[in-house]
Design a protein. Structure first.
Lengths: 290, 291
């Protein structure tokens, strides 16, 4: 095998590229295979990234027709007027409302299940564990279609209400699994200590358990919110005439794609990154919780 | 048994049931009942008039036969695409997950963050971006043309390549993450031990690392295969009339043609094939440890 001591790192991706290794004898020799591996990983990462960069780039496009699909020229107009298309803005607001409402409901239902399952084994807990995963294994198109047949059977009008209902359905499993994963290794004797000191079970839950598991719940809620905001397939089947952001985008592929779609997509990305960064910092600040 | 429940004597034994009940009732009503409803629909017959269509439950098993024979192409194509997407994802994701787990050092969390970054951009907008990238006058088509890889159609959009490419792109993170989780659990000293015993790097990988990460391979494959086989967005945005999948048919039959029994029967065909494929794959990999 050829050894390499002074070659520069692969150029593809800065985050992966290690600082050029100082030529010390103690360092293990870097092989060509190792470099190739890093290069492939970098290229795959780049592949994940290219469409995102393009989406951000096209938010600055100045399209000539109604379709923002070819690059014409740079402009800041779209960013200065992000809410120009009323229906698009309305659709985004609807999406945010659906996400907030469904996340609030699924966070409560999912957390209760997760806590019950992690805290103690009881008759049927194994089956419930498995059952929670099942909705995640059904293709979305089947979930959407089956819910639509139910709503047709019940003669429920499709709209905002049914969208929230179906979002809660697929979010519960995600919340329960995320909170469960975060609760492994949690010290349940703290609850005993609280009760030994005379706290009621309810008070123990509210004052001891809940504050300690909040980081897990926040992570699950963020995931659930993101999933809700992004869902197209299940929503598409059960939306009636209500339009969410993904549904607006879908309809716009036929009638005209304004660059504001890209502006709002980029804005959502930035806000998500800020929230993610904030939650990481927040959890670092309180290491006692893990 | 007693593991975590040290204080069971004091805790109300009904409490866990009260805590799981709301979610289970919810999933019962909005997951199980709809499936039941879909099953009934798949065995019903269209009746009534054009203006007032009705559904009559009739043990109409012929819906399944019709669904199979009318849409055999789409069924075969869907699972072909899903299989191709899963294999490509595995090949692309493994090196990335490996580098994140063993070589990324202090950049590990940053790179993991980059892997999930696409999730924060709406699925449809990402797929639309591929339509721009693969457009007929784009540079990707020129490059493919220059190296002689351009399909016979003379373009990339509307071909199977574009649809499979879109599936790979959209579901790749679902492969990377479980692979990373299982690779992270592998003790690097095992690889050193293999090397000390004069195993080549490749042999060490094949005999030590790969078997230990089979749960990740399995979980990742299912997380890519299942949504890919039921997807209709990639075929709709990036494909053409020759690349329609089962999802497109179900969507069209349900929402445009309103032929509910056919669509419902197709949904169950889709799920049945997924179930069989999953069981066969799980058995072939010899692991039942999914998570």
């Amino acid at each position: 095998m050829t050894t390499l001591t002074t070659a520069p790192p692969p150029t593809a991706s800065p985050p992966l590229a290690p600082a050029p290794a100082p030529p010390q004898a103690a360092r293990p020799p870097r092989r060509w295979g190792d470099l190739a591996l890093r290069l492939v990983a970098g290229l795959v990462l780049l592949y994940l990234f290219i469409p995102i960069l393009l989406i951000v780039l096209f938010s600055f496009n100045d399209p000539e027709g109604r379709f923002n699909l070819t690059w014409q020229g740079f402009t800041l107009d779209n960013w200065l007027d992000p809410f120009r298309y009323e229906q698009l803005t309305e659709a985004l607001v609807t999406s945010l409302k659906v996400a907030a409402l469904s996340t609030a409901i699924s966070a409560v239902l999912g957390t209760l299940v997760a806590v019950a399952l992690v805290r103690s084994r009881f008759r049927g807990s194994g089956a419930i564990d498995t059952f929670l995963v099942v909705p995640l294994t059904a293709p979305e198109v089947v979930l959407g279609a089956s819910l639509l047949t139910l709503f047709i059977d019940l003669e429920w009008a499709r709209g905002f209400g049914t969208i929230v209902v179906v979002h809660v359905m697929f979010e519960i499993s995600f919340v329960a699994l995320t909170v469960k994963a975060r609760l492994r290794g949690f010290d349940w004797t703290l609850e005993d200590a609280a009760m030994d000191l005379g706290a009621s079970p309810t008070r123990t839950f509210l004052r001891i358990t809940l504050p300690l598991i909040v980081p897990g719940i926040v992570a699950a809620a963020m995931l659930s919110f993101a999933l809700s905001l992004d869902d197209f397939i299940i929503t598409y089947f059960n939306s009636g005439s209500t339009v969410t952001y993904p549904l607006y985008v879908n309809a716009a592929t036929r009638t005209g794609l304004p660059p504001q779609i890209n502006v709002l997509a980029t804005a959502i990305l930035l806000v998500s990154l800020l929230l993610l960064g904030a939650s990481v910092l927040w959890q670092r600040r309180r290491p006692a919780s893990t | 048994m007693a593991g975590t429940a040290t204080s069971s004597r004091r805790r109300n034994p009904v409490a866990p049931y009260a805590m799981v009940l709301p979610a289970l009732v919810y999933l019962g009503i909005f997951f199980l009942v709809p499936l039941w409803s879909l099953l009934r629909t798949s065995l019903s017959r269209n009746g009534g008039s054009v203006f007032l269509p009705t559904l009559e439950f009739d043990w109409a098993w012929s819906n399944y036969g019709d669904a199979f024979s009318d849409y055999r192409d789409q069924i075969v194509r869907s699972f072909g695409y899903a299989l191709a997407a899963t294999l490509i994802c595995l090949v692309l994701a493994y090196p990335l997950a490996y580098v994140i787990a063993f070589k990324a050092g202090r950049w590990r969390n940053v790179v993991l963050g980059l892997v999930i970054l696409p999730f924060f951009v709406t699925f449809l907008v990402r797929t639309l971006a591929w339509r721009i990238i693969l457009s007929d006058d784009g540079w990707v088509v020129s490059v493919f043309d220059a190296v002689g890889l351009l399909p016979d159609e003379g373009r990339l959009l509307s071909t199977s390549w574009a649809v499979v490419g879109g599936l790979v792109y959209n579901f790749l993170p679902f492969m990377v993450l479980p692979l990373y989780v299982s690779l992270e659990k592998v003790d690097p000293r095992l690889m050193e031990a293999a090397a000390d015993l004069y195993s080549s790097t490749w042999r060490g990988f094949r005999k030590v690392v790969l078997p230990l990460t089979m749960p990740g391979v399995l979980a990742g494959s299912l997380l890519v295969f299942i949504p890919s086989s039921g997807d209709f967005v990639n075929a709709q945005y990036l494909g053409g009339t020759q690349t329609t999948m089962i999802g497109n048919v179900i969507e069209r039959q349900f929402l445009v043609v309103h032929d509910y029994p056919t669509a419902a029967a197709l949904s169950f065909v889709l799920m049945a094939i997924i179930l069989v494929a999953t069981l066969a794959y799980t058995r072939a990999l010899g692991t039942e440890d999914l998570v």
